[in-house]
Design a protein around this ligand. Structure first.
Ligand SMILES: [Zn+2]
Length: 236
């Protein structure tokens, strides 16, 4: 073990002594081996189990007639005021990058348990560069990194970009949301994506408008197959 590594570990151990790490979900102290979220929360959060029917679940039904997707996955159901919303907030607005990667790994775990998970690449839904610069990171990329780590794959971030800085979606109706996201994505390197099965990743799927817009852009590349995955999906 190098001196720097020993020093980093020692500093981290001292930090843990004064500020013991707590679960981002329930606030209890974490045990050894737990990272950002405790095992109990991982077990008790409302799982969708979409991986048991990746061709036929709430997300695939929601997307029928809007865009063509092969498989759809989400770890948890999301509802305002519940703990999953709190976790998404931690990742997106409170800079908890590690939590994004940890939940991405959990997502990777359930995807590998399902059938037909032979993806060629993993693509996070891109943020507009200005928004990414303001936040310092793209939360979807953290999650994609977690999935990729678990599945031993690479994340592809340069072949599709977001070219319009959209206004906040939260106060818009469904049609307005759709208008707001149509054509916001652009494929910059079609050759990189041709004939590939892409796993497209976002933090949450609510109306599906953002995912739909990105899937439709990626579908313009000949031979692509697209599947989608998110940490959470709105409970109907
Ligand atoms: Zn917990």
């Amino acid at each position: 073990m190098s001196f720097t590594k020993k020093l980093t570990d020692a500093v981290s151990a001292i930090g843990d002594l004064f500020f013991p790490p707590v679960c981002a979900c329930c606030g209890t102290h974490l045990f050894k081996g737990e990272v950002e979220i405790c095992k109990m929360c991982l077990r008790l959060l409302p799982r969708t189990h979409f991986e048991k029917k990746p061709h036929d679940n709430q997300i695939s039904i929601m997307m029928w007639g809007r865009c063509k997707i092969e498989l759809a996955y989400a770890l948890y159901y999301y509802k305002k005021g519940e703990r999953v919303q709190q976790l998404l907030y931690e990742i997106k607005y409170r800079g908890n990058r590690r939590l994004g990667e940890v939940l991405g790994q959990e997502l990777g775990k359930i995807i590998t348990q399902s059938e037909n998970n032979g993806f060629d690449c993993i693509i996070p839904i891109p943020l507009h560069p200005r928004k990414k610069a303001m936040r310092g990171y793209n939360q979807a990329e953290l999650i994609a990194n977690g999935i990729a780590t678990f599945m031993g794959m690479q994340v592809e971030v340069s072949s599709v970009i977001r070219n319009i800085h959209t206004l906040s979606q939260t106060r818009k109706g469904r049609f307005e949301r759709w208008q707001n996201v149509e054509n916001i994505f652009r494929v910059t390197d079609p050759d990189q994506l041709r004939n590939r099965h892409i796993l497209l990743v976002d933090d949450v799927i609510t109306t599906g408008s953002t995912m739909e817009a990105c899937v439709n852009q990626l579908s313009t590349v000949p031979g692509t197959k697209i599947s989608v995955a998110s940490i959470a999906c709105a409970r109907l």
